[in-house]
Each structure stands twice: as structure tokens, then as C-alpha cells.
Design a protein around this ligand. Sequence first.
Ligand code: ZN
Ligand code: ZN
Ligand code: ZN
Ligand code: ZN
Length: 359
Amino acid sequence: MGLVLLAPESALGNTNVQSVLTSTTAGSLLAQAQTGYPQRQDALINDYGGVLLPADADRLRSLLEQTRTTAGIEVVVVTVPSIGVYETGDAAIESFATSLFNSWGVGDVQRNDGVLVLFSEGDRAVRIELGKGYSRAYDARMQTVIDEYMLPRFRASAYSTGLYEGTQALVGQLTGPPPTALEQLPWGWLILGLGGLVSGGVAIAASKLLLNLWRPRCELCQVQMTNLSDTEAKEHLDTGQILELELRSVFHTVSECPQCHKHTARHFANPITPFSACPSCHYKTLEEVQRTTVREPTYHSSGEALVNRHCRHCDHGDQQTITLSQLRHSDSSSSSSSFGSGSSSGGGSSSGGGASGKW
Ligand SMILES: [Zn+2]
Ligand SMILES: [Zn+2]
Ligand SMILES: [Zn+2]
Ligand SMILES: [Zn+2]
């Protein structure tokens, strides 16, 4: 299976024949030991392909730990010798990544904000798989990360550097300013994706330009509407929506017809905002104001905390009891059983969003 997949690749790039053969041999041994998706042995880095240099593994781990602590986002980096050695029946890296993501339950179960970076040297392919919580606008951002930070390094066989620098760029994209409302239009990215497939960079640039020029059309007058600035838009939003706009928890875009002055509004929820929907006024303006630990989690049992929440819009306040996840041994030298079962995972899931690249 592995050989069949790899044969065309080794024929194309003579310089890589040696490394491909080596990983195939390693892969065959692995395939004898286990079939099915690999077990998660570490919370952050699972280097089954053996491509990370110690220095890169160290700085990658610091980056991923920091991302988990400060942004609350779980990013897992996985390398495999090839997809084929696991004999899962997956023909492409995309379906393998989605199933692996879901079997490991990457990310928070509520927010579904986990990310899995999958690198396969044998398939010369990389995949960034996103949790369900991310809007499709993030797919395009991940494609940029792959195209600009990963593939150029991978083509030069600098796998370790490419994985670190690519993941660093990825984290920057996830924790930076959220996509603009226009970026969030799924059809726009569809055009962008198709353009990219057809003729590469030029088509992407042209599609981006088209996307930026795009305005909704008035149904009555058939003329293009004008997108209002945030200040103008506020005149047409209610107090809760204005607050959401200011808190960047929901983006409201208002367009106006220059002839009949009809307005249309579009709303896009920010998938990674700390604000959640208020049970009283229903705006996404509820924030956690205080967290008191009642019982610390241990390596053997979960903990408990009291969370005080407050709505910035309607002043609603409440207190919730939440469960703190049981502590896990994340050191790769520890027993592999700590990450063996799905029940110890965060429980996040993916519906196949993300981006991929081959070199
Ligand atoms: Zn107006
Ligand atoms: Zn009109
Ligand atoms: Zn108006
Ligand atoms: Zn409220």
C-alpha cells in the first residue's frame, strides 16, 4: 500500500528517493505493529515521522503550550511516515486528517476551536485541519500559511524548520484580528479556491480583487449597494448589535441602496471571541468575570470551579459550576497510555475544514 502510493513521487524527485525509501521501511514496520489511526501519545507533538530536530521540537512545544495557556486554543502537530502505513483506507490526507482529528477529539468540545497539523513525508503532503468552530474564512488563511510558510521549506527538504515556522504563522492567524465580514462570505472563497486550482497565483489575485469590489445588489433597483462604515452602520443596528460590533463578538455589515435607500444587514459571528450568548437578552455580550476554583483537578480526578458571568448589554449576571479537566501527563517520555483513549481528550470535532498542500 505504502509503496504503491509512493512510487510516482520517487519517480518525480530523484533527490528524495533515499528518504522516501527509508520512511517506507520504517512505515512497513509500523504497519505490522498497528493498523488504524495512530494513538495520541502527547498532547502537543506526535512526531511519528521522526522529522523534527530537537531544537525545533523544543521551540514548537513552547509555542503550543503558550497558545494553549494564553489563547485557550489546542493545536496538535503530527508527523507520519505516510498515510498508507496505517491501512485506514484513506486515499487522501484530507480524510485521514478529519478522522484523526475526531478520533483524538482535538480542542474544546464547546468551542470546537482545536487545530491539527498533519505532515506526511511519504505522501509529500501537509494538512491543517480546523475544528468546526472556525468559519470557512479561516480555510483561506490556513492555505496562505501552507503556501507561504510551509511548502517553500518543504521543497528544500527543511521539514523541521517548515513545521515550526508554519505553525508559528498559523498561531498568528488564529490569535490575530478575526477575518473581516467580507472575508467571511463563503462564495467568495469558493471563487478564490477554484481560481487557485485553475491557474495559480494570478487567478487568486484577480479573485481577491473581485471579492473586495463586491457589493450586494438591491433587489428592487438592481443597482449595487454601498457598504456603510461601522459608524454609519450603527445608526441601523440596535444597542445589542452595536455592542457586539464593538466587542468584535459578532460582525454586522450594513449595505445601503443609493437609489431607494433600502438597507440590508449581514451578521457574522466571530468563532473565537471570549463572549458568549446571554441567556437573558441573547446578544453575544456575556463574559466571564470571575472564576473560583472549588476543587483542583488532579491526575486522577476532575476539578470544579464557580464561574461568575456578566452581560455587558442587559446587566444579567449568573453563576455556573463548571468541570475542570483532569490533568494529563503531556511529557512524551511518559507512558503512552495517558493519551490512548478518546475519553481523555478535549472532545472537539472537525467537519473537514482547513487547507492542504503538496510539494
Ligand atoms: Zn443610511
Ligand atoms: Zn434600491
Ligand atoms: Zn439609512
Ligand atoms: Zn444580556
